[in-house]
Write a protein that binds this ligand. Structure first.
Ligand code: DC
Length: 227
Protein backbone atom coordinates (compact mmCIF):
# COMPACT_ATOMS: atom_id res chain seq x y z
CA UNK A 1 0.00 0.00 0.00
CA UNK A 2 1.44 3.39 -0.92
CA UNK A 3 1.69 6.01 1.79
CA UNK A 4 -0.23 9.15 0.81
CA UNK A 5 1.63 12.44 0.62
CA UNK A 6 0.68 14.38 3.77
CA UNK A 7 -1.48 17.51 3.57
CA UNK A 8 -1.98 20.16 6.21
CA UNK A 9 -5.26 21.98 5.50
CA UNK A 10 -5.39 25.61 6.67
CA UNK A 11 -8.91 27.04 6.45
CA UNK A 12 -10.67 30.10 7.82
CA UNK A 13 -12.22 33.45 6.86
CA UNK A 14 -10.51 36.41 5.13
CA UNK A 15 -7.82 38.26 7.04
CA UNK A 16 -7.35 35.63 9.72
CA UNK A 17 -3.67 35.07 8.92
CA UNK A 18 -4.04 31.82 6.95
CA UNK A 19 -1.88 32.99 4.07
CA UNK A 20 0.97 34.04 6.37
CA UNK A 21 0.73 30.82 8.36
CA UNK A 22 0.56 28.62 5.25
CA UNK A 23 3.56 30.35 3.65
CA UNK A 24 5.65 30.13 6.86
CA UNK A 25 4.67 26.51 7.41
CA UNK A 26 5.51 25.46 3.87
CA UNK A 27 8.90 27.20 4.13
CA UNK A 28 9.59 25.59 7.52
CA UNK A 29 8.60 22.08 6.38
CA UNK A 30 9.95 22.56 2.83
CA UNK A 31 6.57 21.38 1.53
CA UNK A 32 4.58 22.65 -1.44
CA UNK A 33 2.02 25.41 -0.98
CA UNK A 34 -1.46 25.72 -2.46
CA UNK A 35 -3.01 29.20 -2.23
CA UNK A 36 -6.49 28.18 -3.38
CA UNK A 37 -7.90 31.69 -2.92
CA UNK A 38 -5.47 32.81 -5.63
CA UNK A 39 -7.20 30.44 -8.08
CA UNK A 40 -10.61 32.02 -7.39
CA UNK A 41 -9.03 35.47 -7.67
CA UNK A 42 -7.47 34.47 -11.02
CA UNK A 43 -10.81 33.30 -12.37
CA UNK A 44 -12.34 36.62 -11.26
CA UNK A 45 -9.54 38.70 -12.77
CA UNK A 46 -9.68 36.81 -16.09
CA UNK A 47 -13.44 37.24 -16.19
CA UNK A 48 -13.25 40.97 -15.53
CA UNK A 49 -10.50 41.42 -18.13
CA UNK A 50 -12.61 39.72 -20.77
CA UNK A 51 -15.81 41.40 -19.56
CA UNK A 52 -17.57 38.21 -18.57
CA UNK A 53 -20.46 38.77 -16.15
CA UNK A 54 -19.70 37.44 -12.67
CA UNK A 55 -22.83 35.27 -12.71
CA UNK A 56 -22.25 33.71 -16.16
CA UNK A 57 -21.58 30.28 -14.69
CA UNK A 58 -20.91 28.44 -17.96
CA UNK A 59 -18.30 30.90 -19.24
CA UNK A 60 -16.73 31.23 -15.77
CA UNK A 61 -16.51 27.45 -15.44
CA UNK A 62 -14.68 27.38 -18.80
CA UNK A 63 -12.25 30.02 -17.54
CA UNK A 64 -11.65 27.95 -14.38
CA UNK A 65 -10.98 24.79 -16.39
CA UNK A 66 -8.46 26.35 -18.75
CA UNK A 67 -6.82 28.95 -16.49
CA UNK A 68 -3.28 29.45 -17.92
CA UNK A 69 -1.59 30.04 -14.56
CA UNK A 70 1.97 29.49 -13.35
CA UNK A 71 3.05 29.73 -9.69
CA UNK A 72 6.77 30.23 -9.02
CA UNK A 73 8.34 30.46 -5.57
CA UNK A 74 10.62 33.50 -5.26
CA UNK A 75 12.89 32.68 -2.29
CA UNK A 76 12.30 35.21 0.51
CA UNK A 77 9.56 37.05 -1.39
CA UNK A 78 6.64 34.66 -1.55
CA UNK A 79 5.08 33.29 -4.70
CA UNK A 80 4.92 34.97 -8.11
CA UNK A 81 1.75 34.32 -10.09
CA UNK A 82 1.57 34.60 -13.87
CA UNK A 83 -1.63 34.51 -15.87
CA UNK A 84 -1.00 33.77 -19.56
CA UNK A 85 2.54 35.08 -19.10
CA UNK A 86 1.46 38.33 -17.38
CA UNK A 87 2.66 38.89 -13.78
CA UNK A 88 -0.58 39.38 -11.81
CA UNK A 89 0.85 38.81 -8.32
CA UNK A 90 -0.28 42.27 -7.15
CA UNK A 91 -3.33 42.70 -9.36
CA UNK A 92 -5.14 39.70 -7.86
CA UNK A 93 -4.74 41.10 -4.32
CA UNK A 94 -6.83 44.21 -4.98
CA UNK A 95 -10.02 44.53 -2.92
CA UNK A 96 -12.36 44.53 -5.91
CA UNK A 97 -10.76 41.32 -7.22
CA UNK A 98 -11.24 39.68 -3.79
CA UNK A 99 -14.87 40.72 -3.82
CA UNK A 100 -15.37 39.35 -7.35
CA UNK A 101 -13.55 36.14 -6.32
CA UNK A 102 -16.05 35.62 -3.52
CA UNK A 103 -18.87 35.91 -6.09
CA UNK A 104 -17.42 33.47 -8.64
CA UNK A 105 -16.52 31.09 -5.77
CA UNK A 106 -20.23 30.71 -5.01
CA UNK A 107 -20.80 29.01 -8.40
CA UNK A 108 -20.76 25.19 -8.19
CA UNK A 109 -19.40 24.66 -11.75
CA UNK A 110 -16.45 26.96 -11.04
CA UNK A 111 -15.64 25.06 -7.84
CA UNK A 112 -15.98 21.71 -9.60
CA UNK A 113 -13.59 22.75 -12.35
CA UNK A 114 -10.95 23.88 -9.86
CA UNK A 115 -11.12 20.70 -7.80
CA UNK A 116 -8.65 18.45 -9.65
CA UNK A 117 -6.31 21.35 -10.27
CA UNK A 118 -6.10 21.88 -6.51
CA UNK A 119 -5.61 18.16 -5.78
CA UNK A 120 -2.72 18.07 -8.27
CA UNK A 121 -0.72 20.23 -5.86
CA UNK A 122 -0.43 17.24 -3.51
CA UNK A 123 3.06 16.05 -4.37
CA UNK A 124 5.95 14.76 -2.22
CA UNK A 125 7.21 15.58 0.32
CA UNK A 126 3.96 17.27 1.43
CA UNK A 127 1.47 20.07 0.89
CA UNK A 128 0.22 22.99 2.95
CA UNK A 129 -3.17 23.95 1.47
CA UNK A 130 -4.69 27.33 2.29
CA UNK A 131 -8.37 28.12 1.67
CA UNK A 132 -11.94 27.79 2.86
CA UNK A 133 -12.78 24.17 2.02
CA UNK A 134 -9.40 22.42 2.09
CA UNK A 135 -10.39 20.21 5.03
CA UNK A 136 -14.05 19.75 4.10
CA UNK A 137 -14.03 19.20 0.30
CA UNK A 138 -10.66 19.29 -1.44
CA UNK A 139 -8.60 17.17 1.00
CA UNK A 140 -11.21 15.53 3.27
CA UNK A 141 -8.66 12.93 4.43
CA UNK A 142 -5.89 15.41 5.28
CA UNK A 143 -4.09 14.12 8.38
CA UNK A 144 -4.12 17.60 9.96
CA UNK A 145 -6.79 20.26 9.49
CA UNK A 146 -6.38 23.67 11.05
CA UNK A 147 -9.24 26.17 11.12
CA UNK A 148 -8.18 29.69 12.02
CA UNK A 149 -10.59 32.19 13.52
CA UNK A 150 -10.37 35.79 14.76
CA UNK A 151 -13.09 38.34 15.40
CA UNK A 152 -14.15 40.48 12.41
CA UNK A 153 -12.92 43.53 14.32
CA UNK A 154 -9.42 42.12 14.82
CA UNK A 155 -9.27 41.15 11.15
CA UNK A 156 -10.42 44.62 10.07
CA UNK A 157 -7.72 46.19 12.27
CA UNK A 158 -5.03 43.97 10.75
CA UNK A 159 -6.18 44.81 7.22
CA UNK A 160 -6.30 48.55 8.04
CA UNK A 161 -2.76 48.39 9.45
CA UNK A 162 -1.54 46.72 6.22
CA UNK A 163 -3.12 49.54 4.21
CA UNK A 164 -2.06 52.30 6.71
CA UNK A 165 -5.72 53.25 7.23
CA UNK A 166 -6.57 54.94 10.59
CA UNK A 167 -9.09 53.05 12.73
CA UNK A 168 -11.52 55.92 13.26
CA UNK A 169 -12.01 56.64 9.56
CA UNK A 170 -14.78 55.97 7.06
CA UNK A 171 -12.35 53.72 5.15
CA UNK A 172 -11.94 51.58 8.27
CA UNK A 173 -15.72 51.24 8.60
CA UNK A 174 -15.85 50.16 4.95
CA UNK A 175 -13.10 47.54 5.48
CA UNK A 176 -15.01 46.23 8.52
CA UNK A 177 -18.36 46.04 6.74
CA UNK A 178 -16.75 44.41 3.67
CA UNK A 179 -15.26 41.70 5.92
CA UNK A 180 -18.66 41.02 7.47
CA UNK A 181 -20.43 40.79 4.12
CA UNK A 182 -17.70 38.60 2.57
CA UNK A 183 -17.87 36.25 5.60
CA UNK A 184 -21.63 36.03 5.21
CA UNK A 185 -21.39 35.24 1.51
CA UNK A 186 -18.63 32.63 2.00
CA UNK A 187 -20.43 30.97 4.92
CA UNK A 188 -23.94 30.94 3.48
CA UNK A 189 -23.33 29.61 -0.05
CA UNK A 190 -24.73 26.17 -0.67
CA UNK A 191 -21.61 24.64 -2.27
CA UNK A 192 -18.63 24.21 0.08
CA UNK A 193 -19.56 26.91 2.58
CA UNK A 194 -16.91 28.19 4.94
CA UNK A 195 -17.05 25.97 8.02
CA UNK A 196 -14.59 23.88 10.01
CA UNK A 197 -14.35 20.16 9.22
CA UNK A 198 -15.61 17.98 12.10
CA UNK A 199 -12.05 16.87 12.80
CA UNK A 200 -10.41 20.32 12.45
CA UNK A 201 -8.34 21.89 15.20
CA UNK A 202 -9.67 25.42 15.81
CA UNK A 203 -7.02 28.08 16.47
CA UNK A 204 -8.29 31.49 17.58
CA UNK A 205 -5.61 33.94 16.41
CA UNK A 206 -7.24 37.10 17.85
CA UNK A 207 -4.71 37.33 20.67
CA UNK A 208 -1.80 35.51 19.03
CA UNK A 209 1.13 36.68 16.93
CA UNK A 210 2.18 34.76 13.82
CA UNK A 211 5.12 33.15 15.66
CA UNK A 212 2.79 31.70 18.30
CA UNK A 213 0.36 30.38 15.69
CA UNK A 214 3.26 28.86 13.72
CA UNK A 215 4.62 27.18 16.87
CA UNK A 216 1.23 25.67 17.69
CA UNK A 217 0.87 24.35 14.13
CA UNK A 218 4.36 22.81 14.16
CA UNK A 219 3.66 21.13 17.51
CA UNK A 220 0.51 19.54 16.04
CA UNK A 221 2.41 18.39 12.94
CA UNK A 222 5.13 16.77 15.05
CA UNK A 223 2.59 15.22 17.46
CA UNK A 224 0.83 13.58 14.51
CA UNK A 225 4.08 12.18 13.18
CA UNK A 226 3.82 14.10 9.90
CA UNK A 227 7.41 15.29 10.15
O1 DC B 1 -8.39 33.73 0.62
P1 DC B 1 -8.72 34.76 -0.42
O2 DC B 1 -9.19 36.07 0.18
O3 DC B 1 -7.61 34.95 -1.40
O4 DC B 1 -9.97 34.16 -1.24
C1 DC B 1 -10.68 34.93 -2.17
C2 DC B 1 -12.11 34.42 -2.27
O5 DC B 1 -12.14 33.11 -2.82
C3 DC B 1 -12.85 34.33 -0.93
O6 DC B 1 -13.80 35.36 -0.76
C4 DC B 1 -13.58 33.03 -0.95
C5 DC B 1 -13.04 32.28 -2.12
N1 DC B 1 -12.39 31.02 -1.78
C6 DC B 1 -13.18 29.91 -1.72
O7 DC B 1 -14.39 30.01 -1.88
N2 DC B 1 -12.62 28.69 -1.49
C7 DC B 1 -11.30 28.57 -1.28
N3 DC B 1 -10.77 27.38 -1.04
C8 DC B 1 -10.48 29.72 -1.30
C9 DC B 1 -11.06 30.95 -1.54
Amino acid sequence: MSVETPVVAVDGPSGVGKGTLALSLSAHLRWHLLDSGALYRLVALSAMRQRTALDDETTLAGIARTLPVAFSVQPGQGVRIDLAGDDVTRAIREEHVGDAASRVAALPAVRANLLERQRDFRTAPGLVADGRDMGTVVFPHAPLKLFLTASAEVRARRRAAQLSVPENSATFEKIYSDIISRDQRDASRTTAPLKPADDAVILDTSELGIDQVLRQAITLIVDRGLQ
